[in-house]
Design a binder for this molecule. Sequence first.
Ligand SMILES: NC(=O)c1ccc[n+]([C@@H]2O[C@H](COP(=O)([O-])OP(=O)(O)OC[C@H]3O[C@@H](n4cnc5c(N)ncnc54)[C@H](OP(=O)(O)O)[C@@H]3O)[C@@H](O)[C@H]2O)c1
Length: 241
Amino acid sequence: MGYILVTGSSRGIGRAALALLAQRGARVIGHGSRPQPQDASGLAFIAADLADPLSVDRLWHAALEIAGGKIDAVVNNAGRFEANRLERSDIEWLDAWEDTLRVNLTAAAQLSRLAVLHWQAEGCGGRLVHVASRAAYRGDSPAHWHYAAAKGGMVAMHKTIARAYAGQGILSFAIAPGFTDTSMAGDYLASRGGPGLLADIPLGRVASPEEIARIIAFCALDAPESMTGAVIDANGASFVR
Ligand SMILES: NC(=O)c1ccc[n+]([C@@H]2O[C@H](COP(=O)([O-])OP(=O)(O)OC[C@H]3O[C@@H](n4cnc5c(N)ncnc54)[C@H](OP(=O)(O)O)[C@@H]3O)[C@@H](O)[C@H]2O)c1
């Protein structure tokens, strides 16, 4: 089994996906914004702050070096979720918009482009897995226009890639999780009134990172080729479409 790069795998959903993929026998390369203390897993890890436009190229080439020149799948999972209230100053609001679009969408686009060019140069197929959000379809809170816009953009980019390169064996899958039990959701749930929000989720609970990791592993390893272009919801039926 080949190498899989998982962005934003220092914690949360990405960390669970990295562990599951490694357990499934994939050779995984982890990533986060800053260096991590060496953990017992011994898994490869690259630090690259995606807020820096030049970092994506460095991340990709560092991953290629670890992988000996061939990467089989990329999971675009890294993301930020920070409130951006309309009442902020113009420049603060714009800065926050740009930062979120850069990390959640532009960096994923840069990495997807490098991966597609790599697979085309190698004359082989590959898989992209994009961790988007329910917000892509449903929208988000008034302080999260940027987050919803970035995730909607990610879904549109994913569909474009899937349609453009399926004939070359380059497949693209997207996942749209609802609330998932990570620090990201914890902050949000607390800011939106806490457990009361669970009333909107027929399943009665948020997803676990391990559940989303199972979907990521399915897309990266198992999903049939004909599934390319699909967006898989995972939201406890809180938003059905
Ligand atoms: N949790 C939810 O409810 C939920 C719902 C729908 C979609 N999602 C999506 O699922 C993905 C993972 O979310 P999560 O809940 O697991 O989040 P999380 O626990 O907050 O982890 C975020 C990950 O992204 C990385 N990251 C953030 N900013 C970065 C930057 N500037 N440069 C490089 N890496 C950066 C973090 O690295 P550091 O540790 O170095 O900061 C971390 O590994 C995100 O794309 C998120 O939008 C989450």
